[in-house]
Design a protein. Structure first.
Length: 235
């Protein structure tokens, strides 16, 4: 299964632990393949992978080749990361009419659907990897970087970057994360859902979350302004 989260990152490790155990209980071996979001979908269509390990609930609507495993592995959110603490955002609509240069990874369905309606095409600064977006922020080549909250959290204190100069300007929207399998495997989708539910009841997902060093996600979906991305209070 493909993933846009590196296996050596906390969120990638978490996803691997969850689904490696879920498939192990069904007698299936998991191969975790790290690729950019846009490439991940093409690999499914080419038959190079059998599914995608983490997408939003809406993803299957756009790609009927994939079937959603109905039990989610996390609640997540899209946050706006900026290098200017004066920028404050709250929801997708708060981008409408602004002059901000906005970056989001290509292949992120919610960005592809929302951003063209809210800002001009010349304001878009697409990226292929999250780290590229952080470097663009620090170089003042973009104003707003849209990341999932889990991805932003795993990039805190990145050894290559002075991330203390970055801020979370607000939450654009929350969502649940789900794995998707190619429709030829639809017969095992209900089985994986049951296994995931059992693992949650066992407290195993919470154990994995803590094991990889992930912090508690934002309880409030209200705007968080002038908070450093390094400030543990926003994690």
């Amino acid at each position: 299964m493909s993933s846009s989260r590196p296996l050596d990152s906390p969120d990638g490790q978490y996803l691997y632990l969850v689904y490696n155990e879920a498939f192990r209980r069904l007698g299936i071996k998991l191969h975790y393949v790290y690729v950019p979001s846009k490439r991940a979908l093409s690999m499914v269509y080419k038959g190079e992978v059998d599914g995608e390990i983490s997408r939003g609930s809406w993803y299957g609507h756009y790609h009927p080749l994939l079937v959603r495993i109905e039990e989610s592995h996390w609640e997540n959110a899209f946050v706006a990361v900026v290098n200017d603490p004066k920028i404050q955002l709250d929801g997708w609509e708060s981008l409408r009419g602004t002059e901000y240069r906005v970056s989001c990874s290509t292949g992120t369905q919610i960005c592809d659907a929302n951003l063209p309606k809210l800002i001009r095409s010349d304001q878009l600064r697409p990226i292929t990897r999250s780290l590229q977006g952080l470097k663009m922020l620090l170089a003042n080549r973009t104003d707003v970087l849209i990341l999932s909250e889990t991805r932003a959290q795993t990039l805190i204190n990145h050894p290559e970057l002075p991330t203390e100069k970055l801020y979370i300007a607000g939450v654009l929207g929350s969502f649940y994360g789900y794995a998707y399998l190619h429709k030829r495997y639809r017969h095992i989708v209900p089985k994986v859902s049951v296994v995931l539910k059992n693992m949650k009841e066992e407290g195993l997902l919470n154990q994995y979350w803590k094991k990889v060093g992930m912090k508690e996600l934002l309880k409030s979906r209200q705007t968080i302004s002038s908070q450093s991305i390094n400030d543990q209070s926003v994690n």
